[in-house]
Design a protein around this ligand. Structure first.
Ligand code: ADP
Ligand code: MG
Length: 210
């Protein structure tokens, strides 16, 4: 489904520091992955290569066997992946339901019900919701897209433990019930234990640790 093949990456301003050194990983549908690693190890960088927000210096990222640069990174971002960030990245002047509708064509009301946001919140400005609710809306927005891959960068970083657990449950269901490929960067040991497969980024390499 999504494949990283012999990828190397460093920031041009910091050539001496190899962030990823000849990394190869294969991601499949229906599986909930977590990526762990120390701060600064390159987790966000790795995710941005998967998302087509940046390109590898060497090697390639393949989607269904095709290099994502072939159809173009814009195409990849629009059709193949959806993103969830730590700070939710919702549009602050829109309502809850308007934010979800921006994600794609799936039924926004149905999605909001699925992530546990009651009707009374649908037409409010999204900033009036709590942090946990906003992250649910961000997940609903990601699920509004038909994309098969959901990428999340520290999606529970700003949430209390109980809310974080509920978000994890939602991400797991997304992989298992909807058959999507869900890849979540986290430094929460607790979150990583809930995953089907755990990868660790360390010293430029990606290890499969479970
Ligand atoms: P993580 O998400 O694991 O904390 P990042 O992928 O954000 O790590 O960063 C990996 C390394 O690359 C860090 O040393 C960071 O300082 C550096 N880095 C991140 N973004 C840039 C950038 N735009 N320019 C130069 N260096 C960067
Ligand atoms: Mg990061």
């Amino acid at each position: 489904m999504l494949e990283v093949k012999n990828v190397s990456y460093y920031y041009k301003t910091k050539r001496e520091k190899m962030i990823l050194n000849d990394v190869s990983v294969n991601f499949e549908n229906g599986i909930f992955y977590t990526i762990i690693g120390p701060s600064g190890s390159g987790k966000t960088t790795f995710l941005s290569l998967l998302a087509g927000l940046d390109t590898a210096i060497k090697g390639e990222v393949l989607y269904n066997g095709e290099d994502i640069t072939k159809k173009g990174l814009n195409y990849h971002r629009r059709h193949n992946i959806s993103l969830v960030f730590q700070n939710y990245n919702l549009i602050d002047y829109l309502t809850t339901i308007e934010n979800v509708k921006l994600g794609g064509n799936q039924d926004a009301e149905e999605l909001l019900k699925e992530v546990g946001i009651g009707k009374e919140y649908w037409n409010r400005n999204v900033l009036q919701l709590s942090g946990g609710q906003q992250q649910r809306v961000a997940i609903a927005r990601a699920l509004a897209s038909d994309a098969q891959v959901l990428l999340a960068d520290e999606p529970t970083g700003n949430l209390d433990e109980r809310t974080a657990d509920e978000i994890i449950e939602l991400l797991k269901k997304t992989a298992h019930d909807l058959g999507k490929c869900v890849i979540v960067v986290t430094h929460s040991k607790h979150l990583s234990e809930e995953a089907d497969k755990v990868l660790e980024i360390k010293d430029g390499a990606v290890y499969s640790i479970r």
